[in-house]
Design a protein around this ligand. Structure first.
Ligand SMILES: [Zn+2]
Length: 488
């Protein structure tokens, strides 16, 4: 969970009303007229409006020089694309998951996780080119179905989520729509366009298929706040081979031309980038959840499973019978725990059964029992609203009313354990960070990694990050990405 208060991803009234104005427009890539739901103006408005929501939801990597470099390469590719006049935006978002995505209107996002797997500027250009291809060919615009649009409008309206059954889905609901799942044909077309754009901009088009090898040995990532590349970008069967052949063909068709690869321009810029999960944003330890940045902790019901997203922390009973969710209440919702707790009872479909103002571990709080009407029937909810560090936190335990009493005691003791985090060891944890180094002749990855590749950071992870065999002899002066262990 992040410092940011809960953000509702409601994708635009603009979008909803646009349903009434479906239109035929000329596709910038094919030149054919095509049925899309949005005009270009609406498409751009949609991107502009969802951009701040995306930033709030994922967070931005705070490295201005890296962001500017990244956007510079992106703009260069945008200029040689089929939509050179679009106002392109490129952002590296703060997630360890390996993914890249595009929002209509020219907004492109790569995660730090995918960037860390790249070895040079041309590989970065290949993923940027691919995402630009989705936008120039207007894939996402044509793919938004009415059903998806309806989903955006629902769901996150209530602070107690009524979509109890799809809890893990709930955490992602907004993104699911933003991060569209493309068809295989769209993937193939985006690959083609990406290759074309990167070659036009002077990048070695053979680097695309090299980078795609990352995905061939990458099995499903652990579930995170963002689905991974493979789930949002289905892989056409011969994708690797096709991009290999086309990359080679593009090079042959421009004899005498030199193409950039750009390892020196790229790898050193990854220095200090957070690698993997950032423990400052919360983690599980010895049966409790601790959040160093927000300085709180609480006990977990034994055996329950934690999912920490930027908007909320979800703790699920192993069989999915109940869930505890913790989130920060948006400041606009109310000023005191009592006010918010009572207001929650007056929302449509919510009923405050009993509640009282109290102190929980020394903090001003309101605790209450609610009945909430949801799609799947009545939910029993035990909730506490607790003032901490200038914010108000909501911890709610939810279960279908028929089994609520079975879980209530466990959920209550979890939410009543919310307290200040004072352990200085936990307050001072630091994430692992990227550390690019240059190899000398005869070095191997294993030798360079030395004792840093022990424990949390495995030599296999470094091998995958660099696409190197740990014991192969490295070329003198080549870049190697190591990881500097943080403090845990
Ligand atoms: Zn794609």
């Amino acid at each position: 969970m992040k410092m940011l208060p809960q953000v509702r991803i409601i994708l635009l009234a603009v979008l909803m009303s646009s349903l009434c104005f479906t239109a035929c427009v000329k596709n910038p890539v094919t030149g054919k007229r095509q049925f899309v739901m949005l005009t270009e103006g609406q498409e751009i408005a949609m991107g502009a409006e969802s951009h701040p929501e995306v930033l709030a939801q994922f967070g931005v990597v705070e490295d201005a020089a890296l962001q500017e470099y990244f956007a510079g390469v992106g703009r260069e590719l945008g200029r040689v694309s089929h939509r050179p006049n679009l106002d392109w935006h490129f952002t590296i978002v703060d997630s360890p998951v390996v993914n890249a995505f595009a929002v209509p209107g020219g907004y492109i996002y790569l995660t730090r996780g995918i960037l860390e797997h790249m070895n040079n500027e041309a590989e970065m250009a290949s993923v940027l080119g691919h995402e630009i291809g989705h936008i120039t060919a207007r894939h996402s615009v044509t793919q938004l179905s009415q059903g998806q649009l309806m989903n955006i409008g629902l769901g996150l309206g209530s602070i107690f989520s009524p979509h109890f059954q799809q809890l893990s889905g709930l955490a992602q609901m907004g993104l699911e729509v933003l991060m569209l799942k493309y068809s295989r044909d769209h993937e193939r077309e985006a690959d083609q366009l990406g290759l074309e754009y990167m070659a036009k901009a002077g990048y070695d088009p053979e680097q695309m298929s090299r980078f795609f090898q990352v995905f061939t040995d990458m099995s499903e990532e652990e579930p995170g706040a963002i689905p991974n590349w493979l789930s949002t970008h289905p892989s056409p069967p011969d994708r690797l081979r096709d991009t290999q052949l086309e990359g080679a063909r593009l090079k042959r068709s421009a004899p005498g031309r030199t193409f950039k690869v750009g390892a020196d321009a790229f790898v050193p810029r990854l220095a200090k980038l957070v690698y993997g999960d950032n423990p400052r944003e919360g983690f599980e330890e010895n049966g409790r959840f601790v959040h160093p940045d927000l300085r709180f902790q609480f006990d977990l019901p034994p055996g329950w499973k934690v999912e920490n997203t930027r908007r909320a922390v979800f703790i699920s009973e192993p069989k999915g019978g109940a869930v505890v969710q913790l989130s920060m209440v948006p400041p606009r919702a109310g000023r005191s725990p009592v006010e918010i707790g009572r207001m929650m009872g007056s929302q449509q479909g919510h009923q405050l059964v009993s509640g009282r103002e109290e102190r929980i571990n020394g903090k001003a709080a309101f605790s209450g029992i609610y009945r909430v009407q949801s799609d799947g029937g009545i939910l029993g909810v035990t909730a506490a609203f607790i003032s901490h560090g200038g914010n108000i936190y909501q911890i709610a335990g939810l279960a279908p009313e028929s089994v609520f009493s079975r879980y209530r005691r466990q959920m209550d003791s979890s939410l009543r354990s919310f307290r200040e985090l004072t352990d200085s060891r936990l307050l001072s944890v630091q994430p692992d960070r990227m550390k690019p180094v240059r190899a000398r002749r005869g070095d191997t990855l294993r030798r360079l990694a030395g004792s840093s590749a022990q424990g949390r950071i495995k030599i296999e992870d470094l091998a995958r990050l660099n696409r190197l065999n740990p014991d192969q002899a490295l070329e003198a002066n080549s870049w190697v990405k190591l990881v500097e262990p943080g403090r845990r």
